[in-house]
Design a protein around this ligand. Structure first.
Ligand SMILES: Nc1ncnc2c1ncn2[C@@H]1O[C@H](COP(=O)(O)OP(=O)(O)OP(=O)(O)O)[C@@H](O)[C@H]1O
Length: 481
């Protein structure tokens, strides 16, 4: 779903997941009648290949369709009978308008046979149940975008302080530099700034300066004209800045941009206009710039690898996002947030065992929030019970480190918990504490909180058990019922 629909600011992959999980067929066309989305049910019950329809015109493919009528007349078409693809359907179609302008049309349809069989089987009771189901579905679909909008989840005081700035700076055009390691959530913040700004409704374009080969980055950013270089498209191409015109551009990994291009970028930002590569025409720009980096730009300036003038141009205000290891408190709420997200995405409810939870809290997670999300999603998908267990997490984090870093494993029992992966530092007493807490929690969990049984499992005296319980009261309480 592109163009006008990007203005709704709901992640398009996510929107596709929602629509694909809806039983009714859904089709969306843009204002010119081009198919921009067809959900899985529509593909199935119309017996078509949706990828072959996307981008093609409804005028050509379904000239008699109800969706085309809604688009042409700009009047909703409710409960209309339609015969397409050799089947009868009941269709609702509505024009889609945004900020008073027609941007396309949407239709939902049900197979008529299905409606007939539904009618036959509906008594009052089932009808009520069906209404209840639809209400739940509607609620689910309505709250999804909010849950998933990618708002920044954090309890960390540094981040909370930083975030409090967003509301103030978002409506201005001040440039923003976001600093932090990979995966800490820099893009989430950039998107939030755009969404809270007056530019909402206009494009939000991202480009990762490190991911594009140096020789292509210039034309990716500023576009090119026909024949600008070998392999250039006949018609030329708009660059990311032009695509972002009126909206926001997020320049990720700006520290990886070469010195020559930095000079060109600075010129574009200062003059608020650009000339495409190989072109002559000057294109005026109105783009808000948000940049991000993992690099120390100040030291790069000292080493003449980053331009000082560009640094001051992009650094109107700076956000510093600490890595996850410096805000362990956030792991808890991020886990809850992601479990909620996945339960919508996969349509099932799964929790996390205390051990897996504790494991994640103590795992280094160098890939920050992105790694936490990936690891949890892996566990969510593989979990065989209604809780993610340590065994469901990727082997790379539960066992990789042991094999690589210790020739003689400290624990060789049948423990599913590879305890030595907790040892992200050499501090002996800190590590002993972690092991003790993990084993006490495990014994309590296994014994259903029966302390006598837990003491027996641990093979320690009652006195020593209670001493430790007191000592680690806070940590254990967090994981006990
Ligand atoms: N505070 C947060 N709340 C909710 N989700 C978050 C948060 N921080 C990060 N995420 C999620 O973690 C993943 C990585 O975040 P993001 O892409 O913003 O990181 P980044 O710092 O821009 O990474 P990179 O520098 O590698 O591009 C995304 O799926 C994002 O939705």
């Amino acid at each position: 779903m592109e163009s006008a629909f990007s203005s709704f600011h709901v992640d398009k992959d996510f929107l596709s997941v929602i629509f694909d999980s809806i039983h009714d067929g859904i089709k969306i066309v843009d204002k010119d009648g081009k198919f921009i989305f067809i959900n899985r049910s529509a593909e199935k019950n119309m017996n078509i290949v949706r990828d072959e329809w996307i981008g093609r015109s409804v005028h050509e493919l379904l000239p008699e369709s109800i969706i085309l009528k809604a688009l042409k007349t700009e009047v909703p078409q409710i409960n209309k009978h339609s015969f397409v693809c050799n089947k009868n359907f009941i269709v609702h179609a509505s024009p889609l308008t945004f900020k008073g302008k027609l941007v396309g049309a949407i239709s939902t349809h049900k197979d008529e046979d299905e409606i007939e069989s539904l009618k036959a089987s509906f008594d009052h009771f089932t009808l009520n149940k069906y209404i209840h189901f639809l209400e739940n579905e509607l609620h689910r679909v309505q709250i999804l975008p909010l849950e998933m909008k990618g708002f920044v989840v954090s309890k960390n005081s540094t981040i909370v302080n930083e975030l409090s700035k967003i509301k103030k700076l978002a409506p201005t055009d001040i440039s923003v530099l976001i600093r932090g390691e990979s995966g800490v959530g820099k893009e989430v913040i950039a998107r939030n700034i755009h969404e809270l700004s007056n530019r909402i409704g206009n494009p939000y374009i991202t480009i990762n300066c490190a991911a594009i080969p140096e020789n292509l980055l210039e034309s990716e950013l500023f576009g090119y004209e026909e024949g600008a270089f070998t392999g250039a498209k006949r018609s030329g191409k708009k660059g990311k800045f032009e695509l972002a015109n009126g909206g926001t551009i997020f320049l990720d990994e700006i520290g990886d941009m070469n010195y020559h291009l930095q000079a060109k970028l600075l010129r574009v930002l200062q003059q608020k206009e650009l000339v495409r590569v190989g072109g002559e025409e000057t294109i005026p720009l109105d783009v808000r710039v948000i940049a991000a980096t993992n690099k120390d730009l100040v030291s790069m300036i000292q080493h003449n690898t980053f331009r000082e003038d560009l640094y001051y141009r992009i650094n109107g205000i700076t956000f510093n996002i600490p890595p996850l290891r410096e805000r362990k408190m956030d792991i808890d709420i991020l886990i809850s947030h992601f479990l909620k997200e996945f339960s919508y995405k996969y349509n099932k409810k799964i929790g996390i065992s205390k051990e897996a939870h504790y494991f994640l809290l103590n795992h280094p997670l160098p890939g920050n929030v992105r790694e936490l999300r990936n690891v949890l999603e892996h566990g969510f998908v593989l979990a065989e019970t209604n809780e993610i267990e340590i065994e469901d997490l990727p082997k790379s984090i539960t066992s990789g480190q042991i094999q690589e870093s210790s020739s003689a494993p400290l624990f060789t029992s049948d423990e599913p918990v590879p305890l030595s992966t907790f040892f992200d530092s050499m501090d002996l007493s800190e590590n002993i504490k972690k092991v003790e807490i993990a084993l006490i929690i495990k014994a309590l969990t296994k014994s259903n909180n029966n302390r006598s049984k837990a003491i027996k499992m641990l093979g320690i005296s009652r006195q020593s058990f209670y001493e430790r319980l007191k000592k680690y009261e806070k940590e254990i309480a967090q994981y006990s019922n």
